[in-house]
Design a binder for this molecule. Structure first.
Ligand code: AMP
Length: 276
């Protein structure tokens, strides 16, 4: 595995490999890698000849009061994990944008509500950086995790709307043994906060069980979920269509439950399918 921080060198190699008929795979991350990330590398590996993973803590997707400055980092650990999972090139740009970068990518509808409501400029930052990373890495196939389900649907929509010839694949959400969704931000949690944070996936599980038992009304399902959650602040608990993310009053087809809550200064998200 090679590590490269210069985006021009990465783009040049990607174009050369494409010209030789190689298939390029890509997994973008913000680093501090865990099994959620490495599961995406494993999904991408057999689907390409040359696998690029990026580590870039993108300032555009952080709000002014968020954790950009203290986002956890572990460059050596990240490199070892990426190598072990068969990544060919670890792209670690320090700068990715021109000084006068002036393009923003806005994806309507799927970015409305959920994390788009509480993090107003977040998805614009995500779509803009992913569009730029796609331009640099020139992937045939890119893999994103269902942990950030709204982000995954946004990337799918952007790729479709801009006719980008890239296959976007979603990887299942990976959990710890106790059910907590793996996240780099779990490193911020105290033991007591972590114990209470288990209530997020338990609430989603309760809702899925109720759907399986025949409850269809979203308000009833949300009440079941809300009863379970112990958080310092519940940001949202919602039920949405699994594809276009429109809010649902009834669970009749593919639906997902979404939750976001804070524990101390740490904001966690989780989601799961509610369809039986
Ligand atoms: P991040 O480093 O948090 O920006 O995440 C990079 C990619 O890894 C995104 O596509 C995430 O959705 C994905 N990811 C993060 N945590 C998990 C997880 N627990 N399970 C599956 N994918 C994940």
């Amino acid at each position: 595995m090679r590590t490269e921080s210069d985006w021009r060198a990465v783009q040049e190699e990607a174009l050369q490999r494409r010209a030789r008929g190689e298939r390029v795979g890509f997994v973008p991350t913000m680093g501090f890698l865990h099994r959620g990330h490495t599961s995406l590398f494993a999904l991408a590996r057999p689907r390409c000849d040359w696998l690029v993973a990026s580590i870039f803590v993108n300032p555009l997707q952080f709000g002014p009061t968020e954790d950009l400055g203290r986002y956890p980092r572990d460059p050596e650990g990240d490199a070892a994990k990426a190598r072990a999972e068969g990544v060919d090139l670890l792209f670690t740009p320090t700068t990715l944008y021109h000084r006068d970068h002036s393009t923003r990518v806005i994806v309507d509808q799927v970015s409305d509500g959920l994390c788009g409501a509480s993090r107003p400029t977040h998805f614009e930052g995500v779509a803009t950086v992913v569009a730029r990373l796609f331009g640099v890495v020139q992937p045939h196939v890119a893999v994103f995790g269902e942990k950030d389900y709204q982000q995954l649907q946004l990337i799918r929509r952007m790729t479709r709307d801009l006719a980008l010839p890239i296959e976007v694949i979603g990887g299942p959400l990976v959990r710890d043994a106790d059910g907590l969704a793996l996240s780099s931000r779990n490193a911020y949690l105290s033991e007591e906060q972590r114990t209470r944070a288990l209530s997020l996936h338990q609430a989603l599980d309760d809702m899925a069980e109720a759907v399986a038992a025949g409850t269809r009304d979203a308000a009833d399902l949300l009440e079941i979920g809300r009863r379970r959650i112990h958080a310092d602040r519940l940001d949202y608990l919602e039920i949405r269509d699994a594809t276009d993310l429109r809010p649902l009053n009834q669970v009749d087809g593919p639906a997902r439950g979404f939750v976001a809550a804070t524990y101390g200064g740490t904001r966690l998200i989780d989601n799961r399918s509610l369809s039986s």
